[in-house]
Design a protein. Structure first.
Ligand SMILES: Nc1nc2c(ncn2[C@@H]2O[C@H](COP(=O)(O)OP(=O)(O)OP(=O)(O)O)[C@@H](O)[C@H]2O)c(=O)[nH]1
Ligand SMILES: [Mg+2]
Length: 286
């Protein structure tokens, strides 16, 4: 059987986390239309009768590192690649021009010796397209595959290619005792990520980059329902006011959307107690 570590890298927003979720057939990573949604390297295990793949989803490689959050996040893709990796998936979005940021990401990938697959994502979108700019990269890669991560197009072809390039070996992770699909994060962190995804969705401009979410308590009530106590942390009082919104409309929207998805994720009825707090140091713990 085949087994190994497959690292997903690329610019922000190309669809890395969407691909991971749709290969696993289960949401493990949050996604959003805003760049730098993923903040930490996330591992998740895929298994079938061909073997086992440990996928590592990484934060998008940002061109201009301006604020302290992206300074912390940006080196993480490179850190994931500096560990042992069996196959690198370099994902590009053909609907965006190949610019300075892309070249920076390519420079990082070029240094890696492992077999590489160029994945051209968002094939469901016809225009605009800059696919010609990306086709030039083909010769540097072992395979080039066009997919639509969102619409699950060509994912089997991609999996075939990954298994071909992976070495023969024993499974690296014992998923028997783990909650499928063998995520490397705790369940409270996973639930907090769902809340952060909804904050990302509703908040505008720089505010999504000034927030994080923490789950403090998960208690199962007698009725089988879950009581979840969580906080959204932000750096300044003025952001706190925006997150709460006039008459509390914004926090209500974030809470409602979060609760709905927390119920799907846990298959339980959820009571969510969500508050907003100013804490200028939260970035130190991300
Ligand atoms: N049309 C289309 N949109 C896609 C496709 N794949 C992903 N997207 C969208 O692209 C946006 C970014 O997706 P993510 O999966 O969060 O991207 P990412 O590469 O993980 O981004 P970072 O975590 O910020 O690095 C989301 O709005 C997705 O719905 C696709 O195949 N087609
Ligand atoms: Mg992501």
């Amino acid at each position: 059987m085949k087994s190994g570590i497959v690292c997903l890298v690329g610019r922000p927003n190309v669809g890395k986390s969407t691909l991971l979720n749709n290969i696993l057939g289960q949401k493990v990573a949050i996604t959003s239309p805003k760049p730098q949604t993923t903040r930490v390297n996330l591992e998740a295990v895929y298994e079938d009768d061909r073997g086992q793949i440990v996928f590592v989803d990484t934060p998008g490689i940002f061109g201009k590192v301006v604020d302290s959050l992206s300074k912390r996040i940006n080196p993480r893709a490179e850190q994931a690649l500096s560990r042992h990796v069996d196959v690198v998936i370099y994902m590009v979005d053909h609907t965006r021009e190949k610019d300075f940021e892309e070249n920076k990401a390519i420079g990082i990938v070029r240094k890696i010796k492992a077999p590489k697959i160029l994945v051209i994502n968002k094939s469901d979108v016809r225009t605009p397209t800059y696919i010609v700019q990306y086709k030039f990269l083909e010769e540097e890669f072992d395979r080039t595959i066009e997919i639509s991560a969102l619409h699950r197009k060509n994912l089997n072809t991609l999996l075939e290619a990954i298994f071909e390039l992976l070495p023969e070996g024993k499974p690296m992770v014992d998923t028997k005792d783990m909650v499928q699909p063998g995520l490397n994060i705790e369940s409270k962190t996973f639930l907090a990520e769902i809340i952060r995804e909804k904050a990302f969705l509703f908040l505008r401009r720089e505010v999504p980059y000034r927030v994080t979410a923490i789950v403090d308590e998960v208690v199962e009530r007698g009725s089988g329902a879950l009581y979840i106590k969580a906080r959204i942390l932000t750096t300044e009082d003025r952001y706190k006011a925006m997150i709460i919104g006039a008459g509390g409309v914004m926090i209500k929207e974030i809470s409602m959307a979060s609760r709905k998805e927390l119920e799907t994720a846990t298959s339980k009825k959820v009571f969510l107690d969500l508050t907003v707090e100013t804490n200028e140091h939260w970035m130190d713990f991300v």
